[in-house]
Design a protein around this ligand. Sequence first.
Ligand code: ASP
Length: 444
Amino acid sequence: MRKIVAKFGGTSLADAAHFRKIKEIVSADTDRRYIVASAPGKRFPEDIKVTDLLLSCYEKAADGQPFEDTLLAIKNRFQDIISDLDIDFPLDKEIDIIREHLSTKPEKDYLASRGEYLNSRILAKYLDFHFVDPAWCVSFYPDGTLNEPMTKRAMGASLYPLNHAVIAGFYGADDEGKIHTFSRGGSDVTGSLAACAVNADLYENWTDVSGLLAADPRIVDDPRSVEYLSYRELRTLSYMGASVLHTDAVLPASEKGIPINIKNTDRPEDNGTMIVRKLPKGETRYPVTGVAGRLGMTVIQVEKVMVSDGSGFSAIMLDILKQRNLPFEQCLTGIDTITLVIRSDLIADCKDDLLSEIQSVLKPDFLGIKENLSMIAVVGEKSTESSDANIQVLYTLKKAGIEISTINQGAGKLNLLIGVPEERYEDAISVIYSAIDESQNVAI
Ligand code: ASP
């Protein structure tokens, strides 16, 4: 028997109608044995996600403000689902436990996790599956980072004996039983860990779109959808802003080569996007898989004659960042220059300090800073081998009069990273998309 781990996101579990769709999807293939559930998401654009309601309850309680109205809104969301599906569920008792927690010593992660906890218990009851609480098997260190080896072992031990189970996404616990959550959207990570732990044949990630689009549809009209992409391509695209899957969700599944299929709960018949280790041979695909980007970048430029003469200039530069716990996005070096790309929000409070430290430690010939930049990633395993896609991209930007601040491409040729002014970000994405879309399909 094959094993499929199927994760359903917030919009796929927002109301009773979606619970019914999930039941149809799960019953249609008995290999869908392990279901990972999110908290109820938005039912319509102005709606509020249950996780956001819980966080707002936490903030009110922590502030000593009344929270009953918000707690009632949360209870009503679950009550609507339970009543509509006609399920016997002790909701009053569960809400009392949350109220009690809020009134004593509210903990943010505990509160944030209750949406997944309640929704998964309800879904387990509705599907007649076992319920697995990740507090038993998704293991965190007390500092809130994931204990991955322990989690994989414990998840395997919890899930293997069960033929069918629903496990709540997004959270786990440390040795003391204290609840910790992943970052937002983290149920994707739970799903990937579960797939890895049970050696699944497939990890399905059910959401509200039929897969990954080659560009942001808020910028580009009707971008094509991507049928296949590699784990590496997806990691880059999602890191650079394509929001179809949590960035950390790729690694556990990819470790075992488990394909990830992004599917649409409202259109289960669509193939969606398949994310795999190696792209299938003979498929026709575009040389560039997709384009994505991020705003809010700052570039620091340091010039000194012979920075790369082996005297450790670059190492000292990077050590300054390390001492400040400051991650950088890119580090480009030339004979006499080092250019660092750093997220602007991370240096907002220490920019002047950082520049004076660089000045006093490295005594550069020139030190400059450029703010309000965006970074665009043009991603494709085949982009440089099979076409002149990169040349085409750069030429297109020049033709559109868009100034290029930085260009970065490693030897791996997976992606071309281009820095452009924030105010030209959308123009740049549009013209790049048109250029790559006009490229010929190639057989790989
Ligand atoms: N419910 C959480 C969130 O809204 C986690 C998730 O949906 O994956 O971010």
